[in-house]
Design a protein around this ligand. Sequence first.
Ligand code: SF4
Ligand code: SF4
Length: 347
Amino acid sequence: MQKMRLGRTEMMVSKVGFGGIPIQRLTEDEAVTVVRRCLDLGVTILDSSHVYTTSEERIGKAIAGRRESLILATKTPSRTCDGVASDLNLSLERLGTDYIDLYQMHGVRDFDDLKTVLDPNGPMTVLQEAKRAGVVKHIGLTSHSLDVLKEAVKSPHFETVMVALNFVNDVAANELLPLARENDVGVIAMKPLAGGMLDNITLAFKYLMGFPDVLPLVGIDKTEYIEDVIRIVEAPWSMSETEQHEMARVKAELGTRFCRNCDYCQPCPEGILISFILQVRSAVKRYPPEGIFSGTVGEMMEKVANCQKCGECETKCPYGLPIMDMIDEEADWFLQERGKFLQQYQT
Ligand code: SF4
Ligand code: SF4
């Protein structure tokens, strides 16, 4: 597969990267087969996180003996020095490697969170030390907040950023990419199919291939899927007028009910994580059900019942989404699905 330069990391990576979330849902043998098929087709960069349960371990098994030719990216949600050190060690162990090519501070929510990450005595010091020791080659950041990402690309600390980008959620194309280019920061695009909302993969990947310096990360759980994606990205690039009209049509159709994760609707006085609630169906599709239906996700969904219908969020949403109705619908759906899952589990 053709390669591209990932910003000032100077790493040359395949034009499509492997996203390690969906393999958690497979058996270990299936997961290893899927990863190996991706490698055989020329994928050279794989992204995971130790929080994706079995993902790193399975990737580690699949890449045994081939590590040197690959770029491994992983991440930590921790914001403490001890937490980051421990997460990094866990990732090294699970991936079966003694270095990580790209280690990312994961899911930086807002400016306060970014301040914690960049505290002169905080978690970044651990990564900088690991970088000096050669255990981490490059440091990146992932976020759903465009404001955080715009700040991160101006910082000398991050060599890559990971952002949601697809033809429905295209704000980053205008607001983030020019800044990232100016600062030579590599851009990794997550959610190429808008979290499962787009089913036309040809259009979705053609759109992303229009940005030759952006690396799309594709969550793969079927070998046929990566085969299709590679066929699309390796074909000579063109975008017909018909395809442009189709993108505009799909965008308009989804536009009134599609959350772009920008978090302009926050803060909610009741602490309801609106964008999370509105993306929960995509998470249910990608993550193992026992993780999704237990613990914190369920607690977040239950919180929707505390909504006071104050309407503050709707006045702040730049896309005019009917948030109050949408979160009710998503919470009802989730709680029903959780009920069905628990019933199955108990019988
Ligand atoms: S309407 Fe509900 S979700 Fe929106 S800001 Fe008010 S309490 Fe939060
Ligand atoms: S509901 Fe609107 S403001 Fe809130 S994250 Fe989604 S698109 Fe942004």
